[in-house]
Design a protein around this ligand. Sequence first.
Ligand code: NAD
Length: 495
Amino acid sequence: MSKVYKNFIDGEWVDASTGETFENRNPANWDEVVGIFPRSSKEDVDRAVRAARKAYKEWRLVPAPVRGEIMKKAGDIMVERKEEIARLMTREMGKILAETRGDVQEGIDTAYYAFGESRRLFGHTVPSELPNKFNMTMRMPIGVAGLITPWNFPMAIPSWKIFPALTCGNTVVFKPASDTPATATVLVEILLEAGVPPQAINLVHGTGSEVGIPIVEHPDIDLISFTGSSKVGKIINEKAGRQLKRVSLELGGKNAQIVMDDANLELALEGVLWGAFGTTGQRCTATSRLILHEKIHDKFVEMLVDATTKLKLGNGLDESVQVGPVINKGQLETIHSYVEIGKKEGATLLCGGEPAEDGDLKKGFFYKPTIFVDVKPSMRIAQEEIFGPVLSVIKVGSLDEAIEVLNGTVYGLSSSIYTQDVNNAYKAMRDIEAGITYINGPTIGAECHMPFGGVKETGNGHREGGWTVYEFFSEVKTVYVDFSGRLQRAQIDNR
Ligand code: NAD
């Protein structure tokens, strides 16, 4: 019997008001049902928002360091349950155990960072232009936060949003991706066990159109934090914009790694293997373009193809496996359609290019790590986010050309350059248009206490992670205290 999961609304574990459910299956073995989940509707969202609104009245008045202690406790529980959560996550979305352990660890780090930040929600004190007057700013909570997350980091991304949202004094309505609802449920259980007041966190499972849109459009939700595709991000921005909601959008990417002729090639090889094929290429920061200096192009491609064809595919619960499945059948088909497009566009396929179906692999959705060379920067496989294990290699003659190619997409999330020349490194840091640049590291590897996000169609200028996300989840209030005992008119009485 598959485990039946529920929503958490208004302090109770409940079924969807529709009475309907959906299944969550293991992408490495589609016969395995991970759980049955409520398929919720606007009515469930409405109840969740009412509860969160009610809870906000009290939660906003709990001292921030006390809220922070609850986040610390949640981190402690995650430490105890780390292995169990990692295994559940591998079953529900496929990535290998080393990576799902890392995903849980990112949640733990984020919880502990929230604990620290809860004592650092700084305002400013600023001199007044008038005598006997005191000026300052304070950080205020905003209200009810609607949080919508994707499936590729089932614990880390919800943690990036929920911990700072609650620490700042907001209450939460959370809709996880319908491909990873089990891990999301565990996170909510942990927060409740740690002491978050039951109505302050509400979990509503379901689809983007049936639950996501009602969250975005709900007039009593004050801010939206969304991570997902640029296509959906634009829809959300438009809808939320009509109500002038505060919106944070963390969207797609088409990240590139540059390898210069002076690079340490072994290091650059390890970097691109991890960047392109880690999480089966399904990271917003995945390396999907490799920009090679012409002097090392042929040698590096040979090294790369050799190493790529040795990668072991399989069920991520097997510790020897390096590449897990892709998330579902639809995504497998999308990836394959891009491979066909690449071939038609005239790129040369060197390895992969088809689903992997040997033995047990045919039970799930596996795709062979794929490399194209002779890719032109304008080809669709070099421009559009594929979100799978497909790497497009582009040859360039100089650093300037490499940076121009790197910058030549609508996205701007992560970027990387391998070079041993300090001048190249600094020029890249200055000229690359991206939210994140790694020097001698792959395009993936964010740390939770650093700002995370991108430019152009990757987002709308906000950052998750680090101190910056606390700015998103709180409002600045300016306070003037006049202790002169008389009316003092700024700009007038001091002139
Ligand atoms: P998606 O945009 O399809 O879905 C993301 C979430 O939005 C899901 O919970 C989904 O149910 C919901 N949703 C879908 N349509 C909606 C709508 N119209 N209104 C409201 N909610 C809606 O993305 P995905 O397939 O889950 O994730 C992959 C995408 O996420 C990729 O584009 C990837 O680059 C991006 N991503 C970005 C970051 C980042 O931080 N920049 C991190 C991870 C993933």
